[in-house]
Design a protein around this ligand. Structure first.
Ligand code: F3S
Length: 384
């Protein structure tokens, strides 16, 4: 692999042992994937936001960086907190949270604590190279914004954050960003989260091009996150909507490898069939955009929920809602507006049955059921 003088110096330890280790890691990853060089990145986003001693290697690496006074070289954001205050078990499992947050602060990581970093403090432009490790954020950056990012592990991501480089391969290359599978839709009712869930399972890691549908920004987020959870899809296009798919000819650069059709029955098969006695209803995985919270708030205005109901959004949006008095409206309806990651928050409560409209949350959260938005609102007692 070709390295610049600066990169070679880092590798040889000119900037300390921890930096040399970071550079060695990137070079090894690059060689494994056939990269010919390391390229500069615009930003990093770390999925390592849960302070649990189970993540020994990550905590150890952070420790080494901090001990050598290293700071991130590119703007670096971080995923949501794990909902440590939700119960005694959570406080025990995530007992390293305060320590982790101190380490991240010392490294110079922006304390946004949200998986929708691209909504405010870490907004990539078309063509920007990134090293992010949150799969839903990688998906949104690649697909909706046209930035270039592989789906990295947090151990690689942190090395890129401190060096400012990533190996050039995969979705950083033009030839890997073209569409592979054309997805036709035969649907009466669109449910982007369910569609993403089904597509991830069917396509695994191929690049789909969904025929034109006027998805909103939030729908692209929710569909992409589900696709990246049930499969390893890290880039999708929507004909005539996403930046690299102005038309089918351009995005495929020839014929698609495959054509599939998604029918209404495919999506309907995902929805909860038997009404059950749920312990909680969860919205927001990925974190809800401001406009999604406002839309949901209209459904809750003047109601009182009958089940514990959680709206998960970023700390920045939560602050805005508090400043505008909107969180009070939701509070009066009995709704909890929170800024943690629901998947981490509910995991230890093995017996909790959670209903969610998020395909990603359903995929990762033990004992959860997937419901259409209307069903979730009905179950928690909102006006529908
Ligand atoms: Fe975000 Fe946690 Fe879901 S990080 S995408 S809310 S699993």
């Amino acid at each position: 692999m070709h390295l610049t003088n600066e990169q070679q110096g880092m590798l040889q330890g000119n900037e300390g042992q921890a930096m040399a280790l970071a550079m060695q890691t990137l070079v090894k990853v690059g060689k494994a994937f056939g990269a010919e060089r390391l390229v500069a990145i615009k930003s990093a986003h770390l999925a390592g936001s849960f302070g649990s001693s189970r993540f020994k290697a990550y905590l150890h690496i952070l420790d080494q960086f901090v001990a050598e006074g290293i700071r991130v070289r590119v703007p670096t954001t971080v995923n949501p907190r794990p909902g440590r205050t939700l119960g005694l078990l959570n406080r025990i499992v995530f007992s390293r949270q305060p320590w982790l947050e101190r380490q991240l602060a010392q490294l110079g990581v922006t304390p946004n604590y949200s998986c929708i970093c691209y909504d405010d403090v870490n907004i990539p432009a078309l063509g920007d190279r990134l090293c992010w490790s949150e799969s839903s954020a990688v998906q949104f950056a690649n697909s909706a914004l046209g930035a270039r990012c592989n789906r990295n592990s947090v151990l690689v991501d942190i090395c890129s954050a401190v060096t400012g480089y990533t190996p050039e391969f995969g979705y950083l290359m033009d030839e890997n960003r073209r569409g592979q599978v054309l997805v036709k839709l035969q649907l009466d009712r669109m449910d982007p989260s369910a569609l993403g869930y089904v597509l991830g399972r069917r396509l695994v890691n191929r690049v789909p091009v969904v025929e034109h549908y006027d998805f909103s920004r939030a729908e692209l987020k929710n569909m992409g996150a589900a696709m990246a959870a049930t499969g390893a899809v890290s880039l999708f296009h929507v004909e005539g909507l996403t930046p690299e798919a102005p038309d089918l000819q351009t995005v495929f650069d020839g014929e698609p490898q495959d054509v599939i059709t998604i029918h209404q029955a495919d999506l309907d098969s995902m929805h909860e069939s038997q009404p059950q006695d749920y312990d909680a209803v969860v919205f927001g995985c990925p974190h809800l955009f401001y406009e999604e919270v406002i839309e949901l708030a209209e459904q809750f205005a003047g109601c009182r929920v009958t089940k514990p109901t959680y709206l998960c959004t970023s700390p920045a949006i939560l602050q805005r809602l508090q400043a505008e008095g909107m969180s009070n409206v939701l509070h009066q309806a009995g709704v909890n507006v929170v800024d943690f990651c629901p998947v981490a928050a509910f995991t230890p409560k093995r017996r909790s049955r959670v209903l969610t409209a998020s395909g990603k949350c359903h995929c990762y959260l033990h004992n959860s059921e997937f419901g259409m938005m209307e069903a979730c609102l009905r179950v928690c007692g909102a006006r529908t």
